[in-house]
Write a protein that binds this ligand. Structure first.
Ligand SMILES: Cc1ncc(COP(=O)(O)OP(=O)(O)O)c(N)n1
Ligand SMILES: Cc1nc(C(=O)O)sc1CCOP(=O)(O)O
Ligand SMILES: [Mg+2]
Length: 211
């Protein structure tokens, strides 16, 4: 199970989120201080089948060696086959109750929520953390909704939710503080880190803001 500190800088990446070799990109992000990683292999040119599993295994190994939780996006079968540390599911993905039936209790289960109703339902169904977004405009997720802003996290906290929360969507070193001030335990980022010229330096810059 992930501890609260591990949500601080939650990096997400698939092979199409970087022009670099994904293993090199992840290694650089680890050196820069990311605290957890989600394998999100989807969209154009995404690997599938055995190639997806092999890539996931190579990235999982890097996380293991660094002592960083390795979370799989959407794909419960892959998470179980690899013995991942967790799984993240959106509102349109495998229902949380089904994930809970299949996965060991040691696995961290994250759920996307952008409204109080979705968040309360997810917590009631046993989510270990919530991913709330988009905080800001993003072009990384093709089907992203309109930004809900850090206010969405503030609302969840004011409503009494104490579950770990990460903000996601359009977050970078310039705006991450607004997400934390709203009550988040951490930020989830893709492009701010994966597309940086110097991935290690950008992760370090984010860690500076988050500390
Ligand atoms: C930490 C975190 N929060 C939210 C999401 C988004 O999940 P979802 O809505 O299922 O969208 P996809 O990522 O599957 O496109 C996430 N992946 N991680
Ligand atoms: C994967 C994802 N989920 C979102 C949500 O709002 O649930 S926004 C998003 C994309 C995050 O990428 P970037 O950091 O490059 O904006
Ligand atoms: Mg999903």
């Amino acid at each position: 199970m992930m501890n609260k500190q591990q949500y601080l800088l939650y990096f997400i990446m698939g092979s199409n989120n970087t022009d670099k070799n994904p293993e090199d990109a992840l290694r650089e992000a680890v050196q820069g201080g990311i605290t957890s990683f989600q394998f999100r292999e989807k969209g154009q040119y995404a690997e599938e089948g055995p190639a997806k599993k092999e890539l996931a295994g190579r990235l999982q190994k890097i996380c293991r060696e660094a002592g960083i939780p390795f979370i799989v996006n959407d794909d419960v079968d892959l998470a179980l086959e690899l013995g991942a540390d967790g799984i993240h599911a959106g509102q349109e993905d495998t229902p949380l109750v089904d994930i809970k039936k299949r996965c060991p209790s040691s696995m961290t289960i994250g759920v996307s929520a952008k409204t109080l109703e979705e968040a309360e339902q997810a917590v009631q169904d046993g989510a270990d953390y919530l991913g709330v977004g988009p905080m800001f405009a993003t072009s990384t997720k093709e089907d992203a909704e309109n930004p809900v802003g850090p206010g969405a996290i503030r609302l969840l906290r004011e409503s009494g939710l104490s579950v770990p929360i990460v903000g996601i969507g359009g977050i970078d070193a310039e705006n991450a503080a607004f997400v934390m001030e709203a009550g988040a335990d951490g930020v989830s980022v893709i492009s701010a880190v994966s597309r940086a010229d110097d991935i290690r330096q950008e992760a370090e810059r984010l860690r500076e803001v988050l500390r």
